[in-house]
Design a protein around this ligand. Structure first.
Ligand SMILES: [Zn+2]
Ligand SMILES: [Zn+2]
Length: 832
């Protein structure tokens, strides 16, 4: 098995001077064939050939005015594709519609067409366009402005809009482009100034609506309800027509309907043309057994009983809290812990593939989840190439977010002309850089959603030429599952965007905002959902609202302070003690895990050690230091069931959805040698416990059913714990969340359920919809979990199946075979 560098495989080019870009030498199939020779075992688990597709054009809708048709013709669009025409027709008929088709399928035309036709037909009508980012709104502004339709006067209205221009826009623009944050903070509170615009509002476009998920999505859902309320107050009670654009996902109509609170029709058949693509799924090989073992759990003194050794006594629960600051892109990158892994790391594998493909003269973009990871890939690929052909390494670069516009243009130019052949980037590249003419894309680790995967893969392919995309699996249950179940990537989408507008932690603040904009009436409450009445009463109780005969009034002079994207408490500042320099912030929920005294904190590749954490001031003082150990916080978590919303009684198995209180306390941390993963010591910490009321899904099994399935009582805790880890890892398959959004807890005996239990909970106060989705799709979710574990080639559990990078118990105890038996019992009894 080859595990050094790719020098051998690129040595064919030795001695050649780097010249102009060689023409692509190989068809994707041949190139792939060459790449898979690098290991003794074939790392490719599946090759999907996505055939080229000719587009299906449709005639312009009869209602589309000539002026608009010729404006598009000037931009090179002679007819819409069929799905564009279909969606435009629905919107024109005033049906709310979501277009959920692939990247670059022309979703803009689907909403521009009815919106602009209406603006032309009715000189007073207005349109509001919402994008999740300012950059996207600016792009769309350019596109609409280029059509140059008279009297539309499109304009962006966001935090960057100069005060002097704002009034002009409110009065004169008929196509306003903004974002949900500005709608929430600026437009709705100032609705009186916008009354003319809102009265005449005919269309609301919600672009990239799959971004509105989880807690953020739940907030946006209410911002849209507040918008509908103001439109009804000033104008047509029927309100504007919503046109939404989404990446492909499971059940887009239901998700869009939940977002806007109205029934929505979905258009999902993509009729735009595309180039052919060869898409390979790549699993790095297992390392030989003589490599260092995976991150060893602390060795217990043999005299100390293992948890579960006394099955008659309830054992302490095993928890996996949710330090979400470690989300993708954060600085502490589990994937960099190279030497503690059982599989060859996805980063090294990607670096070698990048070197090989560049050596073949093929223009390649590698997507890596973290910035440090992108730099590691670029550096390592450069080194391999230079060893083979001195100077060739210079044709590989790393791209990071924050480049200036000129730098980005220079990069685009270098890649276009072949001075640069390989680029490693985070997905920051998804926005703002226009790269054309790429022949291959490497994706290092599943980017989290199918939408992102296809967006990244879609970067490859110039006109008429077949391109290559390779997904390199990371050492993680979801990645492993996906490369062995290609249907989950290439078949009908099952991953749904979830949000939960009923979350009381979102609904309460949003109702306060609504009341501060105009007193709430009984009729309004219906708009905000079933639990609005109850929540309004709680707000009265808390002194936020006052009830009068005419409605509920906001009692304060200032507006309620509600941040749509704020989660997990106030952020903690990380400050360099000697200089007072602010290095960055960590969200409150994660600060105990990442910034406890003694923690090693990485910032832009530089290592710091935390001296003090002052929770009252929200500040951690650090000093630069590069110790040869890493730190891993351990926590103790308990969970109590508050209420059960729904359950399935399946004989020896129970499945539940309900509210829970999670109490967790970071109590100690381990120092581990970076080189070997060896535990140096465990040090105590003195941090306060924290409470989280949230939504959980849980399953219970009778102790007898476990014994009957061959799970010895002593093995129970490890079996449940392993099943819990993998279940957390696989949930993103069904709901667009990150494993860092979810926590879990397993126990051989829980006082509230009086049975062996596995809990999986939303890591956000009040829930975010993930546990609810898990409950609704439990059979599919747990089946995928079971398969991911049983199909993993490791002997007794590894990060690809049952180990978790964020385990509060150092991945101990874990029983891989026990987890499969536990899940078999659940699946045998649960109704499908
Ligand atoms: Zn494994
Ligand atoms: Zn754990």
């Amino acid at each position: 098995m080859q595990d050094v560098t790719s020098a051998a495989s690129v040595s064919a080019g030795r001695g050649r001077e780097p010249g102009p870009a060689p023409a692509p030498v190989a068809a994707p199939g041949d190139l792939l064939h060459r790449l898979r020779q690098r290991h003794t075992t074939d790392p490719v688990t599946h090759v999907e050939r996505v055939p080229p597709r000719a587009g299906t054009p449709a005639p312009w809708p009869r209602w589309a005015p000539e002026e608009l048709r010729s404006a598009y013709a000037r931009r090179g669009v002679t007819a819409p594709w069929q799905h564009q025409a279909e969606a435009a027709d629905l919107a024109h008929d005033r049906r709310h519609v979501v277009v959920a088709t692939g990247t670059a399928s022309g979703k803009s035309l689907a909403y521009q067409l009815p919106a602009l036709a209406t603006l032309l037909a009715d000189p007073r009508a207005t349109v509001l366009y919402l994008a999740p980012t300012k950059a996207l709104a600016a792009d769309q502004l350019r596109a609409v402005a280029e059509l140059d339709i008279e009297g539309v006067r499109p304009a962006c209205y966001d935090g960057d809009t100069p005060r002097a221009e704002r009034e002009w826009i409110r009065r004169h623009s008929r196509f306003v482009l903004t974002n949900p944050d500005m709608l929430h903070h600026g437009i709705l509170p100032g609705h009186a100034q916008w009354s003319g615009f809102l009265r005449r509002l005919r269309y609301v476009v919600v672009d990239e609506c799959h971004v509105y998920r989880g807690v953020f999505g739940s907030h946006v859902a209410h911002v849209l309800r507040r918008l509908r309320r103001q439109c009804a107050r000033y104008g047509d009670p029927a309100g504007p027509t919503f046109v939404l654009a989404s990446a492909t996902s499971g059940d887009p109509a239901a998700t869009a309907g939940r977002l806007i609170g109205l029934p929505v029709v979905a258009v999902t058949e993509d009729t735009s043309p595309r180039a052919g693509l060869t898409f390979a799924l790549w699993e790095p090989p297992l390392l030989p057994a003589d490599r260092p073992a995976p991150a060893p759990a602390p060795r217990r003194d043999p005299d100390v009983p293992r948890p579960g050794a006394h099955p008659s006594r309830p054992t302490h629960p095993l928890s996996d809290a949710t330090p979400d600051a470690l989300a993708p892109g954060a600085e502490a990158v589990p994937e960099l812990a190279d030497l503690t892994q059982v599989r060859r790391s996805a980063l090294r594998e990607t670096a070698d593939l990048l070197a090989d493909i560049v050596a073949a003269g093929v223009r390649t973009l590698a997507f890596v989840r973290s910035r440090r990871g992108a730099e590691v890939v670029a550096t390592s690929a450069r080194r391999s190439l230079d060893e083979a052909v001195p100077g060739l390494g210079a044709r590989v670069a790393a791209y990071r977010a924050g480049y200036l516009r000129e730098e980005r243009r220079e990069l685009e130019r270098a890649l276009l002309h072949g001075d640069l052949l390989g680029l490693a980037s985070t997905n920051a590249l998804e926005l703002g850089v226009d790269l054309v003419g790429l022949d291959a894309v490497l994706i290092c680790g599943y980017p989290g959603t199918r939408a992102s995967l296809w967006q990244q893969a879609g970067r490859a392919g110039r006109s008429g030429q077949e391109a290559l995309a390779v997904l390199v699996a990371r050492d993680d249950p979801l990645d492993t599952y996906l490369v062995h179940h290609p249907d989950a990537l290439f078949g009908a989408p099952v991953e749904a965007t979830v949000l939960d507008p009923a979350n009381p932690y979102v609904l309460g603040p949003q109702l306060a905002c609504a009341a501060s904009e105009a007193p709430l009436t009984v009729a309004d409450l219906e708009l905000f959902g079933d639990s609005a009445k109850e929540t309004v009463e709680a707000l009265v109780e808390a002194g936020a609202l006052r009830q009068r005969p005419t409605g509920w009034y906001w009692r304060h002079r200032e507006r309620p302070e509600v941040d749509l994207r704020g989660e997990g408490g106030a952020p903690v500042c990380v400050v360099e003690a000697a200089t007072g320099r602010l290095l960055g912030t960590v969200d409150g929920g994660s600060s105990h895990f990442l910034l406890h005294p003694g923690a090693v904190y990485l910032h832009q590749g530089v290592s710091y050690v935390v001296d003090t954490l002052d929770l009252d001031d929200g500040c951690a003082l650090v000093h630069p230091e590069e110790p040869d150990w890493s730190t891993h916080a351990r926590d103790v978590t308990s969970l109590s069931v508050v209420s059960v919303r729904s359950y399935v009684d399946a004989g020896p198995v129970g499945l539940f959805l309900g509210e829970v209180d999670v109490t967790s306390q970071v109590v100690s941390y381990q120092r581990r040698r970076i080189a070997t993963g060896e535990v140096i010591d465990t040090r105590p910490l003195d941090l306060p416990a924290r409470e989280l009321r949230t939504v959980a899904v849980w399953f219970t099994l009778s102790p007898e059913s476990l014994v009957a399935a061959g799970v010895e009582p002593a093995d129970g805790p490890g079996a449940l714990h392993a099943a819990e880890h993998a279940a957390i890892g696989l949930l993103p398959l069904l709901a667009t969340c990150d494993r860092w959004d979810i926590g879990g807890l397993s126990t051989a005996m829980h006082p509230d359920t009086e049975a062996p239990t596995v809990f999986v909970y939303d890591g956000h106060p009040g829930g975010a919809g993930f546990a609810e989705r898990a409950y609704g799709t439990a059979a599919a979710w747990l089946k995928a979990t079971r398969d991911a574990i049983s199909e993993c080639g490791c002997e007794s559990g590894c990060p690809s199946c049952v180990q978790s990078p964020k385990c509060g118990n150092g991945n101990n105890p874990l029983s891989k075979p026990g987890a499969v038996r536990v899940l078999d019992v659940v699946l045998d009894n649960l109704p499908q």
